[in-house]
Design a protein around this ligand. Structure first.
Ligand code: C5P
Length: 228
């Protein structure tokens, strides 16, 4: 199979259908821009299934995504898109970079949520963008803001129903037949998830901070999502 893109934790292959790709989830976990990495057997399939369930639920809520199906435990079949080089971060509760870079207190709840845009470019260290900079680069700030808001509304409700607070997460979008659709993955690698009402992580922070077992936490999230 032709490899189209090899990322740190996922590889994208061309599918037999020219309009589709296969995204293989690896068992690797990395942090610090790839400086630390560990192989955790089974993690790829868990993240792939979590991501697939969330994309299916978003689709049912009327959100257009690249997801088609999951032909193998660690493979998602998706529409082929041109990834838009933006990282869209939604924050419901303050933690992570926002508390390092501002005077906002950890745990502050945002009403409405904060929606931030970063340029997806490792060589420039993924800088935070302003709406004006985004518009100058040709990205419609209002459109992305609206989609991120809608997606957050659906995801927050899903996690709330399984007793998890959706703290923050990152989204990526892609162009498919001239429309902008949700792409990439939605998994605990790119979200912060706290046990409801606490600050107890069930996400990649367990690995970043070396405070627990990500496989157990990710499996618990998957089990709860499957029981919905
Ligand atoms: O580091 P920061 O607090 O800005 O991250 C916000 C959210 O976006 C976190 O859930 C993090 O996992 C996610 N993120 C990501 N990939 C990046 C940057 C942030 O998944 N490159």
């Amino acid at each position: 199979m032709k490899e189209l893109y090899k990322g740190k934790v996922k590889t994208v292959y061309q599918s037999e259908n020219p309009d589709e790709v296969l995204i293989g989830f690896k068992d690797k976990v990395t942090c610090g821009n790839g400086k630390n990495e560990t192989v955790i057997p089974g993690k790829g399939a868990i993240n792939c299934e979590i991501s697939s369930i969330l994309f299916e639920k978003l689709h049912r809520a009327g959100i257009k995504t690249h997801y088609i199906d999951r032909p193998e435990p660690n493979v998602m079949r998706c529409k082929k898109v041109d990834i838009i080089p933006l990282e869209v971060v939604v924050r419901n509760i303050a933690t992570g970079s926002i508390i390092r870079e501002t005077t906002i207190q950890e745990g502050t709840r945002f009403h409405p949520e904060l929606i931030e845009f970063y340029l997806k470019d490792d060589s420039k260290n993924d800088p935070l963008l302003t709406p004006d900079r985004m518009n100058l680069m040709g990205y419609d700030n209002v459109l992305f803001h609206g989609s991120a808001f809608q997606i957050n509304t659906v995801l927050k409700e899903i996690f709330n129903s399984i007793d998890i607070d959706l703290v923050d997460f990152k989204l990526e979008f892609g162009l498919h037949n001239r429309s902008i659709i949700l792409a990439d993955e939605i998994s605990p690698d790119g979200c912060r998830l706290w046990k409801k009402g606490s600050m107890e992580s069930m996400d990649k922070d367990l690995y970043r901070k070396n405070t627990g077992n990500i496989l157990e936490a990710y499996q618990e999230i998957l089990t709860k999502l499957k029981a919905l």
